[in-house]
Write a protein that binds this ligand. Structure first.
Ligand code: MN
Ligand code: MN
Ligand code: MN
Length: 285
């Protein structure tokens, strides 16, 4: 059963996943069962701006299953664009990490309040309270507001909720003052972890802009780039691996799992890391 953990390149890993602590469909324990079933050796829960899912699972792990690496996905900003930074392998008790998580919590609650006020203004009452109840102790995000609209019969589905109200530029969309890429990358490094540029293909950056982002990210202490991600073809993966090497970064791999219904981003479908870039997980095996 036990694979040789020293063969880090051949390990099966999934270093980007979500649970019900943010916008995932499975509880941390259910995600763990899925990771086990997928045959992964090492995984991380990287919920959006919260450690709640990680904390609850870390306290109750079986010895013989996949290993859990501390993780989180921070929302950050770089030149007015929202950029996601995955933090991995930090000290979960680190004060600066916990302070950043608390600051993100307040930013998200504040945004939820402002979205609620927009709905109020639009004549849709009780949206904040409704989304709060649907978030079930977590922070209400746009999907919770969408669910509130669906449950109230105001729209038929998520897509329509976003298209009419919640997508950027729509009447209930609110911007958040996320911290800069540099601040977050520095904080993760300070906390003993590795900052990973998440899903580099998702930002629709030109090649020049992506290089500028990587230069800033690596200068601020960023340590890795997601290379092996579902939905990114092998040529693109090789491109990201070359770029990573050029900027002194390790390569990471993860499904960005949210929901078992999305079969294309599943813990069992994380591509292997291409040759030529060191795996970021070499730090934890
Ligand atoms: Mn998400
Ligand atoms: Mn993301
Ligand atoms: Mn994610």
């Amino acid at each position: 059963m036990n694979r040789n953990l020293s063969q880090s390149a051949s390990l099966r890993v999934d270093l980007h996943t979500h649970t019900t602590a943010s916008d995932g469909a499975l509880s941390p324990a259910e995600l763990y069962a899925l990771q086990r079933e997928a045959g992964n050796d090492l995984f991380a829960i990287t919920d959006h701006d919260t450690l709640d899912g990680y904390d609850s699972l870390a306290a109750s792990l079986a010895d013989d299953g996949p290993r859990l690496v501390p993780g989180i996905e921070f929302s950050t900003v770089w030149r007015k664009r929202e950029i996601h930074i995955v933090g991995l392998g930090f000290d979960p008790a680190d004060d600066s990490i916990r302070a950043l998580v608390a600051a993100q919590y307040h930013r998200r609650i504040d945004r939820a309040r402002r979205i609620g006020e927009r709905f109020d203004y639009l004549g849709i009452k009780g949206a904040y309270e409704g989304a709060m109840a649907l978030a079930d102790g977590g922070i209400p995000g746009r999907p919770h507001f969408a669910r509130f609209l669906i449950n109230g019969g105001r729209v038929g589905d998520m897509d329509t909720a976003f298209r009419r109200y919640l997508a950027d530029g729509k009447p209930a969309a609110c911007r958040t003052d996320w911290p800069g890429v540099e601040e977050v990358a520095g904080c993760v490094k300070q906390g003993g972890g590795v900052a990973v540029l998440a899903h580099p293909a998702a930002y629709e950056l030109t090649r020049t802009k992506l290089r500028e982002l990587l230069a800033d990210f690596s200068a601020a202490g960023g340590g890795a780039i997601e290379v092996a991600v579902p939905g990114v073809n092998p040529d693109q993966q090789a491109h990201f691996a070359r770029l990573g090497c050029e900027f002194g970064l390790k390569g990471s791999a993860g499904s960005d799992f949210h929901d078992p219904g999305q079969f294309w981003r599943h813990p069992g479908r994380v591509p292997a890391l291409p040759e030529g870039i060191d795996p970021v997980w070499q730090y934890w095996v």
